[in-house]
Design a protein around this ligand. Structure first.
Ligand code: F6P
Length: 308
């Protein structure tokens, strides 16, 4: 007998509001998957056969999610990777803050590699700026649109769980309480051009090569981090460079949600200075951060080598 997403949340005593919000997010993921399968390659704003303009897939995904969040009546403020400004909803039933990247790695859509959506959920909408990224964060989730569609959630102090979309459009539990090992044979090194300006990064990469570790890097943060959670080991790095002194990846839409997920899976997520991502103070919604994330001991080793 399979366990459905809703049944799992109820059985694990997830409070009604968080459960309802996650339910709406899971529904958005199904609609986004439908849009992807409908054949939109998302690379251009195309004209279809009727002469109408089609929207890019990342914008469609953004609208699907914001509509679901509004309908939840629980999300008061939302911020999206696709928008410059936050949006406020009436939210008669709650006061959640939701940050999301509707289609991370959307430049990969035309290559037919896996892409994904990322979500971070905070309990109080007015407590984000000036507080640590992890304060009041109650849950995080991501979806992978690959050959299979999977939805992974982390609920604070309640672990990381993976669901898969079945043939009748229902998310069913495939793995529960995912834990990753402290050491690893896999590495996913982002922003390799840093090797030109920083010998420490170069020697870290050389260490992994000389150690016989396996490269697993697609260029999409979601599938790359999902690889680590699936294999239960690995490290992903994306340091800053001269042009991007705070790195490229966004704190609220990308780094913090994954930091909560990896923390719940016994992993570690820091910036390149070794500060935990969830301890970073949020100064603005578009803030960026460097990131070292994955198997705990490997992240600590990489930081030591990088900071030398
Ligand atoms: O933030 C978007 C993103 O595509 C991530 O999914 C990915 O990890 C990263 O950028 C890749 O960056 P680059 O294009 O520098 O390899």
């Amino acid at each position: 007998m399979h366990t459905s997403f809703n049944h799992f949340l109820r059985e694990n005593n997830i409070d009604n509001d968080t459960r309802s919000l996650l339910y709406h997010i899971a529904r958005a993921v199904k609609y986004i998957n439908f849009s992807i399968r409908a054949g939109n390659t998302g690379t251009l704003v195309n004209q279809n056969c009727y002469g109408e303009y089609q929207m890019e897939l990342d914008l469609i995904s953004d609208q699907i999610i914001s509509k679901e969040l509004e309908q939840s009546e629980l999300a008061k403020i939302i911020v999206s990777e696709e928008r410059d400004k936050e949006e406020e909803f009436p939210a008669p039933r709650g006061d959640f803050f939701v940050a999301y990247d509707p289609l991370d790695g959307s430049s990969l859509v035309d290559t037919n590699l896996a892409i994904g959506s990322i979500f971070g959920i905070w309990r109080k909408s007015n407590k984000i700026i000036g507080n640590k990224a992890g304060d009041d964060m109650v849950a995080a989730a991501y979806a992978v649109y690959g050959p299979r569609v999977t939805f992974v959630i982390a609920i604070k102090n309640k672990g990381v769980h993976e669901f898969e979309l079945n043939e009748v459009g229902e998310f069913v539990l495939v793995r529960t309480k995912i834990i990753i090992k402290p050491e690893t044979k896999y590495f996913a090194p982002g922003n390799l051009k840093v090797c030109i300006e920083n010998n420490h990064y170069k020697s870290l990469i050389n260490h992994w090569i000389n150690n016989g570790q396996k490269l697993r890097y697609s260029g999409g943060m979601v599938p790359d981090l999902n690889h680590i959670l699936s294999k239960k080991e690995g490290i992903f790095t994306y340091p800053s460079d001269k042009e991007h002194p705070f790195g490229k990846l966004r704190l609220l839409f990308e780094c913090a949600p994954f930091a909560l997920i990896f923390q719940e899976a016994d992993g570690l997520a820091t910036n390149e200075l070794g500060e935990e991502i969830l301890d970073l103070e949020v100064n603005n919604f578009q803030q960026k951060s460097s990131i070292f994330i994955g198997s705990k001991k490997e992240v600590m080793y990489a930081l030591e080598k990088y900071k030398l």
